[in-house]
Write a protein that binds this ligand. Structure first.
Ligand SMILES: NC(=O)C1=CN([C@@H]2O[C@H](COP(=O)(O)OP(=O)(O)OC[C@H]3O[C@@H](n4cnc5c(N)ncnc54)[C@H](OP(=O)(O)O)[C@@H]3O)[C@@H](O)[C@H]2O)C=CC1
Ligand SMILES: O=C([O-])CC(=O)C(=O)O
Length: 259
């Protein structure tokens, strides 16, 4: 399966490196869509990929699926048009907090018989929350995120500080690069206004920690993930990059585990 990636940052480079190393897989990264081809010119040779700065040329290149690994603005400007031609994996899931936009995405996918894949990203338990919500009977879902203070734009603090408490819809507006996980949790569970988010900036933390709690007719669920950051972008957890690789490996698999 030939992959095109939107973006060339920490996640994109992780995917190119790992897919190139993996001789067992039929995955291959062929094309990258970037804003500035000069900035990323060395990637052509390192990974044997084609670089594009024009979306239609990128979509018409030899690719079967597109992975968005850029940011929320890129999802908004590029994903609906991309879906007219290709299936898409979206990791900047915060874009889907905008209801009008998410409806456009889903209806475009339907019209053009495409799939939109939303990986679990830097958290787990999405399967459980989605199943528990299938009769709409989850009372409460909350997420407490603790990240190193510098990742949250608080480099000077000496003690931990709650920098946000409120609904996921507001959290993603204030921290669009740090709390996409709250939106996948909202989409699986109770919705963006009902999912309660707390963000803690911690000067002593070296992991990106996400603690999930859910209560409903199914019982109670608690899970805490202490994520190692990706060295090339410590705001981003290694697991988020792995979750895209895992999603790509599942696309063609006849076996569906843990749905
Ligand atoms: N769902 C989840 O659990 C998680 C989601 N994320 C999200 O994943 C995304 C990628 O993360 P990461 O790789 O660490 O980010 P980086 O900042 O390392 O890389 C982003 C890349 O996207 C490029 N880019 C930005 N806008 C565009 C555009 N319009 N067209 C093409 N390329 C563009 C940037 O290029 P340039 O050099 O031009 O700026 C850069 O190469 C982020 O939105 C992040 O918030 C991260 C972690 C967890
Ligand atoms: O990678 C993480 O730990 C979470 C993250 O940045 C996000 O959800 O945007």
């Amino acid at each position: 399966m030939n992959i095109g990636i939107i973006g060339a940052g920490a996640i994109a480079q992780f995917l190119m490196e790992e897919i190139q190393k993996d001789t067992e897989t039929d995955l291959s990264v062929q094309s990258l869509l970037v804003r500035d081809t000069n900035k990323y010119a060395t990637l052509r040779e390192t990974f044997g990929i084609d670089l594009f700065d024009e979306v239609d040329a990128f979509l018409d290149s030899d690719i079967d699926i597109v992975v968005e690994a850029a940011n929320i603005e890129a999802v908004k400007s590029l994903v609906p048009h991309t879906l007219e031609k290709k299936d898409v994996v979206v990791i900047s899931i915060g874009a889907l907090a905008d209801k009008t936009f998410s409806e456009t995405v889903y209806s475009t996918a339907e019209t053009f018989h495409r799939s939109v894949y939303l990986p679990s990203g830097a958290i787990g338990g999405i399967d459980l929350i989605q199943n528990a919500s299938s009769l709409g009977e989850v009372e409460k879902v909350s997420l407490t995120t603790r990240k190193p203070a510098h990742s949250l734009g608080e480099p000077g603090i000496t003690e931990e500080k709650v920098i946000f408490h409120g609904p996921a819809s507001d959290a993603i507006e204030k921290f669009p690069k740090n709390i996409n996980v709250s939106i996948i949790l909202s989409l699986a569970g109770k919705g963006i206004r009902e999912t309660e988010v707390t963000i803690i900036a911690d000067p002593n933390a070296d992991k990106n920690e996400h603690a999930i709690k859910a209560i409903g007719d199914f019982g109670t669920f608690t899970a805490t993930i202490e994520n190692n950051p990706l060295p090339s972008n410590p705001k981003t957890s290694y697991l988020a990059a792995l979750s895209i690789l895992g999603t790509l490996k599942k696309v063609k698999s006849p076996l569906r585990i843990g749905t």
